[in-house]
Ligand binder design. Structure first.
Ligand code: DGJ
Length: 720
């Protein structure tokens, strides 16, 4: 059993794999956090005061107490997990445990993305019901623990069972106190084309917050935060982390109080979230995924990867290898016609590419980024045979056909805007601020959702489209909705997300065989919420191979390689101007869902041959890169080298990928020690060299790479 309640001590134990999460109900009915970390014997923690973080007390004031759901009552001075303003105008909420329920499996979160189980035995769940007697607010804390890994999911469900309306001003999915303050905080910072850079710093008294108010999880921060021991490395040390299964604005933080205790939290951003909870209504928070590891950052990442690849991503493409694609964006931008597209596709088919993706510019009068979003009808000047005819011609070349959309947007210069100027997010009397000459459709409105569902579905029904790139190229500014009750205007961002999730659920389930890839100005919405609907995400608009080392390395902290779109583009690179060789570009892109994004007709004969060879290699490797265990070996953030590896689930095959950015003269070879192989097994590389697993892991392989921007991929197969 993964979850137990010990009535004598009034303690809950959530145990799975090597992890325990323990809570205690005090004699007064308060729910307190006791422990989250390496597994302890179920029932073994006696909830005495010395089991609480230093400075904690069973007595008021509340500040140093290890609340499981902190609220503003009795002197809690940190971020409230539940903020509820009542009819008296105060937000005091005193939650007392009423009952609990333990059940096998894991229930869905209505209208929200969430991790799932296929069999009840995979996880067990606990719902603890708490109530505030004065306002009638009931809060259900929902936990699931995955039996094998000890990954814990946590959300809150609020129901107004009182007599008056409540204004919800704060809602965290999880907030967990840890002992002491000897931690570093780790997160993924960034910007457009520089997404998900690993950031790590010491925490001290005060609060370290990462957040988005942009209405998308964003380029700037990712909804991921971790605390780790100061000595933790990629391979060793304790890590406590949270990731939000949500694609909108969020707030995450590490708060060190004046007694040197640290609290980690994740949830809705109170600056962009309010909710009027009327009598009888329920509000469900998105889910946070809590991963503990005592095997460093890789240990943490591997738990996220396994869970997200198999129990977050859904649908026909979850377990299938992904097609090698070519996308025309960097090859042509808006300047294309059918002939040019077919020429690129012909050359792509010749080197073994399997899918052609037509990017932005195929609809309305869109020859630049200043018009036509919303008018999802093909441009006959560019495509005389329409999308249907183009798809047929691409299919005749032996390629699947895929199409780009940006369904959440509306250009002021569009037929849609002329017909429905009120359909964009805006505030009366304020400027409708444009970004990339576009506004955002108000997806919080059902009629707008229905329009988007029909507009996209009509195109998908009309042609043999087997892949969709779902883009979203600006953040929210005036996130308000025409005609909404003023008391509900600050609900708009969350209502937008709920509307978007409804649209995505409908379209992806109506077209179950289509492979969907989400995108947001590159990787501006690379999050677990999107992965629930679309199994892969465009990692970044930066396609430079050197930058991609950092991008893919950082992204892998949470998200599996099978989620990352990774393309080989032209040189000089359009974002950095850097010139790298075709082989290195290919061997970097091999670490994700491989594709090309260039005009193949402009490549030299030599590069075409390398590209052809790369496609063969990718097809051989993609089963392991898609489903194997990924381990980061050398960080590109720390020097001129980078390395990572994939090992097949059975341990009988491995792919070691090593990269050198700049070469220095007269430097000794460097050693790369592999991980996760079978010690006594014999592995053979392509040159016929044989090594035992323990030699590869303990002594390692010596690498001597010559030249800037070089790479080496070693393919190992078990030989005994
Ligand atoms: C941003 C995406 O990240 C690019 O790949 C491309 O699809 C453009 N949008 C098209 O406008």
């Amino acid at each position: 059993m993964s979850i137990q309640y010990f009535a004598k001590d009034r303690t809950f134990y959530l145990s799975g794999g090597d992890v325990s999460y323990v809570m205690h109900v005090t004699p007064e009915g308060n729910l307190m956090h006791l422990y989250w970390g390496k597994r302890v014997t179920d029932g073994a923690i006696i909830p005495r005061i010395d089991c609480y973080p230093e400075g904690a007390s069973f007595d008021k004031p509340a500040q140093h107490q290890p609340w499981e759901i902190p609220t503003h009552i009795g002197g809690w001075y940190g971020q409230a997990a539940v903020g509820a303003v009542n009819e008296m105008g105060d937000d005091l909420t005193e939650l007392k445990v009423v009952s609990h329920e333990i059940y096998p499996g894991k229930r869905e979160l209505t209208g929200l993305p969430a991790t799932y189980v296929e069999k009840d035995g995979e996880a067990e769940s606990l719902e603890i019901l708490l109530q505030d007697a004065l306002t009638g607010l009931s809060v259900t804390a929902v936990y699931s623990v995955y039996a094998e890994t000890g990954v814990i999911t946590r959300s809150l469900r609020l129901t107004n069972e009182g007599k008056a309306d409540l204004q919800i001003t704060g809602l965290l999915a999880a907030s967990v106190p840890l002992y002491g303050r000897e931690y570093d905080v780790v997160h993924l910072k960034g910007a457009w084309a520089r997404e998900r850079r690993v950031a790590r710093q010491s925490v001290g008294q005060g609060e370290y917050r990462i957040f988005s108010q942009r209405g998308a999880s964003g380029h700037e921060a990712n909804p991921f935060i971790a605390l780790c021991e100061k000595s933790a490395t990629e391979f060793a040390g304790e890590v406590w982390s949270m990731n939000f299964v949500y694609s909108g604005s969020f707030l995450a933080g590490a708060h060190v109080d004046n007694n040197d205790n640290t609290r980690l939290y994740m949830g809705m951003n109170p600056d962009t979230f309010r909710w009027l909870l009327q009598r009888g209504e329920t509000l469900q928070s998105p889910e946070a995924v809590l991963v503990y590891s005592d095997a460093g950052m890789n240990g943490m990442s591997q738990k996220y990867h396994a869970l997200y690849r198999t129990r977050l991503v859904r649908g026909a493409w979850r377990d299938k290898t992904r097609p090698v694609l070519i996308n025309n964006w960097e090859g042509t931008y808006f300047d294309f016609n059918e002939e040019k597209i077919l020429e690129i596709a012909r050359r792509a088919a010749d080197i073994g590419v399997e899918l052609f993706v037509l990017d932005d510019g195929w609809f309305g009068r869109r020859n630049s980024d200043n018009c036509s979003l919303g008018d999802w009808v093909e441009n006959p000047e560019k495509l005389p045979h329409g999308i249907t005819g183009l798809a047929e011609r691409i299919n005749a070349l032996g390629l699947k056909f895929g199409l780009w959309f940006e369904p959440e947007m509306i250009s002021p210069d569009s037929d849609l805007y002329r017909a429905h100027p009120d359909w964009c997010l805006h505030a009366e009397g304020r400027e409708r601020v444009q970004s990339r000459q576009q506004l955002i459709l108000d997806m919080s409105r059902e009629e707008v959702q229905d329009y988007v569902i029909e507009a996209v579905s009509r195109v998908l029904r009309g042609a043999n489209i087997e892949y969709v790139k779902w883009d979203m190229n600006r953040n929210m500014t005036e996130s308000f909705s025409q005609g909404r009750d003023p008391r509900r205007q600050l609900e708009t961002q969350h209502r937008y997300m709920l509307g978007l999730y409804r649209v995505m659920e409908k379209i992806t389930s109506d077209f179950p065989e289509v492979l969907f890839e989400s995108c947001s100005g590159g990787g501006g919405r690379f999050d677990a919420g999107m992965l629930y609907y679309m199994p892969q995400t465009w990692t970044s608009d930066d396609t430079d191979a050197v930058e991609r080392l950092c991008l893919q390395y950082g992204t892998s902290y949470v998200y599996p390689a099978s989620a990352m779109g990774a393309h080989v583009s032209a040189v000089p690179n359009h974002q950095t101007g850097r010139v790298t060789g075709m082989r290195m570009r290919g061997e970097v892109a091999m670490g994700g869902n491989f594709g090309f994004e260039l005009d193949l007709s402009k490549l030299s004969a030599e590069d075409i041959e390398i590209a052809r060879q790369l496609v063969c290699e990718v097809k051989q490797a993609r089963e392991i890169t898609g489903k194997g265990v990924f381990t980061r070996l050398i960080s590109p953030f720390e020097g001129s080298h980078a390395a990572w590896q994939f090992v097949s689930p059975e341990g009988d095959q491995a792919l070691l990928c090593v990269y050198q950015v700049l070469c220095r003269p007269n430097t000794p070879p460097f050693r790369v020690r592999m991980k996760g192989l079978i010690p006594g097994a014999i592995y053979e590389d392509e040159a016929g060299n044989r090594y035992t697993g323990d030699v590869l892991m303990n002594m390692g392989l010596w690498m001597a790479l010559k030249g800037d921007f070089t790479s080496r991929v070693v393919r190992l197969k078990r030989a005994n």
